[in-house]
Design a protein around this ligand. Structure first.
Ligand code: 26V
Length: 808
């Protein structure tokens, strides 16, 4: 990487003056009356000017070079707070801290005023945010395209142990990071008719139109060398108010168009793998796809003049199938507006798009009922039929068995006819990638079995990554300082150099310092949890952490049942040499996902009983941290000793929390699933705790008839744990609360908890034994931190850039 090139700095007094100027003249407050969020806005505005200079320079440079651009289309960007990201990449953190000090303002306090931009559900959205940061850091000209939701991911409150969803109002105090670009506005149509006009050209006349307007946020790369753009679309009506109706007294009817357009951008769908069959979701997908594709085509024509060179100058990546309708939208623009013949339009389209698959769960594979699709997007339906005819012709030439053809078709003919978005994204892309090696292999064998036979060179793997700048440099500064002390600061620019820490793994003095950093991070977390939840935790106990969306396949319930079994054992033999531990859970459940919400309640029920049991004392604590989000993750991850990655093998596409935790020196207890497999390869078998059935064993068990009852009855611990849950030990107020949950485990146990339970418990006890040897534990933790650089999103993005986008 090129030599560091920090932007010019001000001295603290000059910067302090700029901040005060911004406070007075742009916020309209004086120093006496300013509240923390006013200081936050003023500070951002003062630094923003410098970012804007870099931003324009980046845009001009790409233009001048005639560079190919990357477009990352995603319905989710889980960015979190921006201040520390932007300031530390600009290299101005310390300068700002001292400037504010001269004004007697604490940077940490105002930093915490910034709301999380939570425009995403979980891993897929956070990946998009890490990718945007790496694209800028690698100096690749790129745009992220998404929706500027008025309300992002809901805020989670826990009432009497139950999850309650509250709206998140991230825009309430304005957003100093964004710029509205009224000049970048496009009409997006819905409904109506598509028919040939007198010249024989197809003309789509939509019944309804809304205006999409861009809001741009700068994305600052490392050392401020490049600033890219995150462009989020907002919606406006064409006629905000029908004055005739308003004046005639119809105050509601006059505003119908405004309300309809606003509905498009109102909410992020708060589900990360359940079918959202709602028409509104399809309207959102088309709204943002159409605006983005129109913008990309407009920019291409403006810079390069000829639409036929699009694939040489634009690479569009579809983040899952949510933007897959873009394939048909680009075809529509090429054929109907730019008058290209179908075959040529198709060639351009396939060369331009790439598609990333993020899940194999059948319930998360998007499909839309054909009548709905046809009513909302009649022209796109015609185009999809034409694509399907072409693809099925090619398929029949290869193999005309019914089964093969059915698996390829863009239309699902089983029962009610539906448009399959994954098949559309696949055939419309030259590259289809999975997000971890195992996941990519399973894609070829399962969902895309037929399509992979037809196009054997298209599927490839790009194992996910995370940005070390946010997830290590910013969130774990003490570990970074320790690393700098030991190996110098070369790893800040070339992260592979962090491997040099490995040399110190056995060094006792270094181990002491490493565990002192961990302890400090644990004290900080314990203090945060005492303040926000009123729990008291001993920072010397083992912090065992499972933080992610609540989903049955992620098996928080397996962790909880093991916790109950451990609780029973401690109660029977409190005199034994138990390892004091804290089981930390955090995560949101989709609002409609009843079983996931029941699991949250059970966690809190177990916590209430265990935490107040005097026999157990400090040996075991259970904590459910409410409202898990990016900012909470930044505090929990550096404080974790043990990382729970325990999904049913074959079901977690990759995971990225697993990477963040290991990079911060947590040891993983996990199944051979998703990227855990590759983490094991990188950190070594001795430095990770693997248990459970493999993906192929899971498949075999399912095929040969899985019998959970027999497994449960053969495990005394599991039987006892389930008996206590079923008999209401944790729910005196409603003893039957968990009867159905236990019944389902005995009778179906789709996620195979029973198959892995004993192995999991044994492995947890191995973890405990390891913990007792403090030096050996720390050695393993250091090896984890040292060996995780391959999981940097810089590596992932370099692979996309080389193999898929061909921009480096
Ligand atoms: C599906 C749906 C269905 C409709 C409602 C809204 C919605 C939102 C998201 C999804 C798909 C979610 C897929 C997903 O998040 N996959 C995760 O992707 C991560 C990044 O690749 C990966 O690390 C996780 O293993 C994978 O579960």
């Amino acid at each position: 990487m090129a030599a560091p090139n920090p932007p010019a700095l001000d001295n603290p007094e000059v910067l302090a003056e700029k901040i005060v100027d911004a406070l007075i003249y742009r916020i309209g407050k004086d120093q006496k009356t300013a509240r923390p969020h006013d200081w936050l806005a003023a500070t951002v505005l003062a630094i923003r000017d410098r970012i804007i200079d870099k931003w324009f320079a980046s845009t001009r440079a790409a233009h001048k070079a005639g560079a190919k651009r990357v477009y990352y289309l995603s319905l989710e960007f889980l960015i979190g707070r921006l201040l520390r990201d932007a300031f530390s990449n600009m290299g101005v953190m310390e300068e700002v801290r001292s400037a504010l000090q001269t004004l007697e303002v604490d940077l940490e306090i105002i930093r915490e005023q910034e709301p999380d931009a939570a425009l995403g559900n979980g891993g897929l959205g956070r990946l998009a945010a890490c990718f945007m940061e790496s694209l800028a850091s690698l100096e690749i000209p790129a745009y992220g395209y998404g929706i500027r939701y008025l309300n992002g991911m809901f805020r989670q409150r826990i009432d009497d142990g139950w999850q309650v969803e509250l709206p998140e109002n991230w825009l309430d105090h304005g957003n100093p990071w964004e710029f509205e670009r009224r000049e970048s506005s496009y009409k997006v149509g819905f409904g109506g008719e598509a028919a040939a006009d007198e010249t024989g050209m197809i003309k789509w006349v939509p019944a309804e139109q809304v205006i999409a307007t861009a809001f741009d946020t700068p994305v600052v790369g490392w050392r401020g060398k490049r600033v890219n753009t995150l462009r989020l679309w907002s919606a406006y009506p064409i006629d905000p108010i029908r004055l005739d109706a308003f004046n005639a007294g119809d105050h509601i009817g006059a505003l119908v168009a405004k309300n309809r357009s606003e509905a498009l951008i109102r909410v992020l769908y708060p589900a990360d793998s359940s079918p959202a069959g709602q028409e509104l979701r399809l309207r959102q997908e088309y709204f943002f796809s159409s605006a983005s594709i129109q913008d990309i085509v407009r920019r291409h024509i403006q810079y390069f003049g000829d639409i036929k060179t699009l694939p040489d100058k634009a690479a569009i990546q579809l983040n899952d199938t949510h933007p897959a309708i873009s394939v048909a939208e680009l075809m529509r623009l090429l054929i109907d507006i730019h008058n290209l013949p179908f075959a040529e339009a198709w060639d351009i389209t396939v060369k331009t798009f790439g598609y990333t698959n993020h899940t194999l769960l059948p319930e998360a594979l998007e499909s839309w009922s054909l009548p709905l699709f046809e009513r909302l997007l009649p022209r796109h339906m015609q185009i999809i039929y034409a694509i399907n005819a072409k693809i099925l012709r090619e398929a029949r030439a290869k193999n005309d068995s019914d089964e093969f053809i059915r698996s390829i078709s863009l239309i699902d003919e089983n029962g009610e006819r539906r448009v399959r978005m994954a098949n559309l994204a696949f055939v419309g892309s030259h590259s289809i990638n999975g997000v971890a090696a195992l996941h990519t292999d399973l894609m070829k064998e399962t969902v895309f079995h037929g399509l992979h036979q037809l196009y054997p060179n298209r599927i490839n793997n790009k194992t996910n990554g995370i940005t070390q700048r946010r997830w290590l440099f910013q969130s774990n500064p003490d570990l970074v300082n320790l690393a700098k002390e030991a190996i110098g600061d070369g790893f800040m620019d070339d992260f592979s150099k962090i491997a040099e820490l490995g040399k110190f793994a056995k060094d006792k003095a270094f181990q002491e310092k490493f565990s002192a950093v961990k302890l400090k991070n644990k004290i900080r977390l314990a203090e945060h949890l005492r303040r926000t939840m009123g729990v008291k935790l001993d920072p010397h106990s083992l912090f065992d952490v499972q933080i992610k969306r609540i989903h049955e396949y992620k098996r928080q319930l397996l962790n909880l049942l093991e916790t109950i079994a451990l609780y029973d054992q401690i109660r029977s033999h409190p005199e034994k040499n138990w390892v004091p531990q804290v089981k930390i859970f955090a995560g949101k459940a989709a609002s409609s996902y009843t079983r996931a919400k029941q699991i949250i309640k059970l966690t809190n029920d177990v916590a209430r009983r265990v935490n107040f049991d005097p026999v157990v004392g400090d040996l075991l604590k259970v904590v459910f941290v409410p409202n898990y989000n990016v900012s909470q993750a930044e505090i929990i991850i550096p404080a974790a000793d043990l990382s729970e990655q325990i999904s049913t093998a074959g079901m977690e596409a990759s995971g990225t929390g697993n990477m963040k935790l290991a990079m911060n020196g947590a040891l993983t207890i996990g199944t051979l699933d998703g990227a855990n497999v590759e983490i094991k390869d990188n950190v070594g078998d001795d430095n990770i705790f693997i248990f459970g059935k493999t993906a192929s064993e899971v498949l075999e068990l399912r095929q040969n008839g899985y019998n959970p009852r027999e497994l449960i009855e053969n495990s005394a611990e599991l039987t006892q744990a389930l008996n206590s849950v079923a008999s209401g030990v944790f729910a005196h107020d409603d003893p039957n609360r968990y009867s159905d949950l236990v019944h389902d485990l005995y009778n179906s146990d789709y996620f195979m908890l029973a198959a892995d339970f004993d192995d999991y418990c044994d492995t947890q006890r191995k973890v405990d034994n390891q913990w007792l040897d403090k030096s050996a534990w720390t050695e393993k933790a250091i090896i984890n931190s040292a060996n995780m650089s391959w999981f940097s999103s810089d590596r992932t993005i370099s692979e996309y850039a080389k193999d898929i986008w061909r921009v480096i």
